[in-house]
Design a protein around this ligand. Sequence first.
Ligand code: FRU
Length: 496
Amino acid sequence: MKNKLLLIWIFLCQISFGQTPKSYTEPYRPQFHFTPPAKWMNDPNGLVYLNGKYHLFYQYYPEDIVWGPMHWGHAESTDLLHWKHLPVALYPDKLGWIFSGSAVIDKNNTAGFGKNAMIAIYTYHNDEIWKAGKKNTESQAIAYSTDEGKTWTKYKDNPVLNNSGEQDFRDPKVFWHEETSKWIMTLAVGDKIKLFSSPNLKEWQEESTFKPKDDDSNLGVWECPDLFPIKIKSNGETYWVMIVNHGDKAPNGGSGTRYFIGDFDGKKFTEIQKALWLDYGTDYYATVTFSNVPNDKKIVLGWMSNWQYATKVPTEVWRSAMTLPRELNLIKQKEGYRLTQNMIPQFDALTKSVFEQEKVVTPFEKTEIDLSQAEVNFTMEGGTDVIISLSNINGELFTIAIAGDIVVTDRSNSGKSDFHETFTAKPQVMPLGEDKINEVQLILDKSSIEILLNGGKYSMTNLFFPTEQFSILKIISKDDKPLQNLKIKSVARTWD
Ligand code: FRU
């Protein structure tokens, strides 16, 4: 009997972890984006590279498809596109649920857990204290792994940073600051970011508070900060970027991600220009970068959903996906500094051309084409007004209008939407300022679109739930202006 139970248990473990997830064919299941095998997922956590592997931990509730007591799920990849599921890394315990945080590689063994130990710095959220209406709900803690993230030990003297009396006190992102020989932590505290320093990840000292000047925007709770230096490739200048995620009132509703460009002196971050939104779609949140990536590349992942309706989207086995990993770069333009986001180069290896046309006369229409896993690219003379529609045989459609100084996406008739009133309440609008769009890239994966314009200067990420896959592409342009270099590619699934 005991043996039988053991065999059943081993069988179940194999299905869930480390093996091909046989179920990856459910309606709406992304085929080349990361999704958990089953159940609820939100933020990416502990993004870190070690010995040829990228580790993705994530907010995970393994018992239901809605948010609940948080764990850290775990997966790894050698190319950021093909992921292998691994057992849950961190379980809740008597100190609380395991909320978002980061992971570092302790190259100098500052914490004494071993040279090159992988150390997770996360938030404990104590739900009992929260329910009792008290403020000291959240504190920061650490756990370490000396076998590349396979097994984890929580530090015996947790928490390492106690609550300073604020209700929201979470999402530590930590990096090693060479100049001061200290770890720096950014932490979301209410509607500001606090910076702490530590020689060993165990004792933390408060250094400063970042609250932008003239920032009267009321953007809900501040979450998941990320501070890092980035070099402008064209002139070698380095600036610091502070990413901040906001729980509410993003430009197109609900949760969204902003960033500040500035300087960091080892203690304090000072912005040099007003915040910009990283993405104008509705479904790009809790965005953070990987630590320890070779050549200092900045690779960012976001949670492809929105707190407005994340727990209601019409998937049954699992809930939500990560965005594709994107490479961040900083550019300088006359209006100021700006991040660009582009697909990582290895993404191209997944694509295969299915249609190409150098000069495209509009109106253009291509029917019976599989747009459920596809990339569509084209270029045009800057300032050409176009409407692109992706539709299916049931007449459901998703449209993108690039017109004048705005881009507008509309999913009001894109399929299932009655799960939440905000999903189709209004179209999404992105301002372009003085810029003219001349390069369009669309990446479609079952129930999502990532729109990148002008070499990743502008991005919009949106979900949709059509009842049949999109199979018709139409493009019209004002005054029938021609388009160039239209390429439609299929994208291979990464779960074999
Ligand atoms: C952001 C967030 C974090 C928190 C986690 C809880 O989406 O609210 O602030 O740590 O999710 O799951």
